[in-house]
Every structure is written in structure tokens, then in C-alpha cells.
Ligand binder design. Structure first.
Ligand SMILES: NC(=O)c1ccc[n+]([C@@H]2O[C@H](COP(=O)([O-])OP(=O)(O)OC[C@H]3O[C@@H](n4cnc5c(N)ncnc54)[C@H](O)[C@@H]3O)[C@@H](O)[C@H]2O)c1
Length: 259
């Protein structure tokens, strides 16, 4: 599979078996990257688009932070290099629960996966890049975290999701500041209403109503490929004087308005 003389850059995509993560992995492969997909199942049925010599699968629950070092080491050994981490894995708030009724177990589960798992995977990846020294010839290296419109927009029935996504926004700014002198760019991508298995499981028609009401200026669902293209642009270094800021992929949903 992986050839140590292969000069194609290498990206890790967490939660890459379906939804936005799969769209990101497909876009990166299409754009000339090799991709290490991390997800939960030990022996998944890989989507056809991931069955090729540019892709390899690694089972890991990102909440198990004691496994991060071994899995990152295996990926670097298998591919011979690391260039990009895409923090995409995350869980939604299910069932939807009013903030006044949310229990600590549901809160902790979101924090463990969305925030704690992502934070320490980012830290481990950053330390591994720094330990590898500067690439020769220089290459664009990046960490890209998929947050959500919920990092900024309030949903009182999924407060644990909002809180973790908002914290990931600050995490992006922190790592961006710390790693910029070492030439590592850190980006936040904020999707809006995206058509994925996650949104299919909401269990009510809020999203359909929002789209029908004209609340989204570009009046359609966002697709995984929309996020994939954005991540590919960032990971390829097409926007080299940017770091630490949110990039909305939301059809204009982020434009403040009262009517
Ligand atoms: N769908 C949307 O509308 C939307 C909007 C904004 C942000 N997002 C964010 O985008 C990301 C992907 O969302 P999606 O809609 O594709 O979700 P999804 O539920 O369809 O897919 C998530 C993937 O992550 C994996 N995963 C979950 N927990 C994991 C863990 N602990 N360790 C490793 N892998 C894990 C799942 O197995 C799955 O393959 C999430 O972070 C989500 O919060 C989604």
C-alpha cells in the first residue's frame, strides 16, 4: 500500500466513514492526498471511494486519549509522513433535551468526545509534527477542526453540543497562536445545515422548516462535498495567510438578520 518514496501529502480524517468526514476524505483523495481514516468500528465495510491505495483505515475512539500516541505513530510509520489532521469526529445531542433538564452524563459524553478527545488528539498531532522537524522541501501543514454553527448560534435543546463546539473554536485560536511560528496553520470550519446521517437522526422537521422558510440565503441543504472542497482548499495551502479563524460553510445562514 504505502510507499515511503510516495511524495503525496498525508491527511488524517477522524470520523471519516460517513457524512461530512467521508466527503472530506473523498475530496482530499481527489485532490492528491493520501488519507488515514479514523473511526469507531474495528472492521467496517469501507465505502467504495475509500478502497484504493491512497487510503488506509485505523479504528479508534477519539475519546480514548491513551490510544492517540500509538495510532498516530502507526499512521506516520505506514505513510512515512504527516501533513494534516482533520478533526471531524463528533456526536450530536441525542435525544434533544432542554438545557434545564440536561443531565451530567449526557454533558460529559459530549465533552469527552467532541472536546476532550479532539483537544488531546490535536495536542498529540502537533507535538508529533514538531518532533519531526521542518519538512524539506517546506510543505503546508495544518490542523482543521469541524465545529458547527452551534459554536455561535444558540440551540437551547442541545446545549452540550453548543458548549463543546464553542470551546473547539477557542481551541483553534489557541493552537493557531501557539503553532504559527512553526509554520503550522490551524483552521476552524463551521458547517450549517448539512445533509448527513447525523441530521437525519434529529427526529423532527426543524431543519426542513428552516430551509422552507427562506432562513438560509442559499436555499438548499449543505452537502458533504461542500465541506470537502473547503477542507481541501485549506489543507492544500490555497489560503496561506490565514490561521485561527472560523470559516462558515453554511449558505449564508451566518449573516445576522432579524427578519
Ligand atoms: N450534519 C450537520 O448538519 C453538521 C453541521 C455542523 C457541524 N457538523 C459536525 O460535523 C462533524 C461530522 O458530522 P456528520 O453530520 O457527518 O456526523 P455523522 O454522525 O453522520 O458522522 C460522524 C462520524 O464520526 C464517527 N465518530 C463518532 N464518534 C466518534 C469517536 N468517539 N471516535 C471516532 N469516530 C467517531 C462516527 O462513527 C461517524 O462515522 C461532527 O463533528 C458534527 O458535529 C455537522
Amino acid at each position: 500500500m504505502s510507499d515511503m518514496n510516495d511524495v503525496r501529502p498525508v491527511a488524517i480524517v477522524t470520523g471519516g466513514l460517513q457524512g461530512l468526514g467521508l466527503g472530506i476524505a473523498e475530496a482530499l483523495i481527489g485532490g492528491g492526498f493520501r488519507v488515514a481514516v479514523i473511526d469507531l468500528p474495528d472492521e467496517p465495510l469501507l465505502p467504495d471511494t475509500l478502497r484504493n491505495d491512497a487510503c488506509r483505515y485505523y479504528p479508534m475512539d477519539i475519546a480514548r486519549i491513551e490510544r492517540h500516541a500509538d495510532v498516530l505513530a502507526a499512521i506516520q510509520r505506514d505513510f512515512g509522513r504527516l501533513d494534516c489532521l482533520v478533526n471531524n469526529a463528533g456526536i450530536a445531542a441525542r435525544p434533544l433535551t432542554d438545557i434545564l433538564d440536561l443531565d451530567a452524563a449526557a454533558f460529559d459524553r459530549s465533552v469527552d468526545i467532541n472536546l476532550r478527545g479532539t483537544f488531546f488528539l490535536t495536542q498529540a498531532f502537533a507535538n508529533r509534527l514538531l518532533a519531526s522537524g521542518a519538512a524539506d522541501p517546506p510543505v503546508y501543514r495544518s490542523i482543521i477542526t469541524i465545529t458547527s454553527m452551534a459554536a455561535e448560534i444558540v440551540f437551547t435543546d442541545r446545549s452540550q453540543y453548543c458548549v463543546t463546539k464553542s470551546a473547539l473554536s477557542m481551541m483553534t485560536a489557541l493552537f493557531a497562536s501557539r503553532l504559527a511560528p512553526d509554520g503550522i496553520h490551524v483552521h476552524e470550519v463551521r458547517p450549517g445545515l448539512m445533509r448527513t446521517p447525523m441530521t437525519a437522526s434529529v427526529g423532527n422537521d426543524t431543519i426542513k422548516r428552516l430551509l422552507a422558510s427562506g432562513r438560509v440565503p442559499i436555499p438548499r441543504w449543505g452537502e458533504a462535498a461542500d465541506v470537502g472542497r473547503t477542507v481541501l482548499s485549506l489543507a492544500s495551502g490555497a489560503l496561506p495567510y490565514m490561521t485561527g479563524q472560523p470559516i462558515w460553510v453554511a449558505g449564508g445562514l451566518n449573516i445576522p438578520r432579524i427578519l
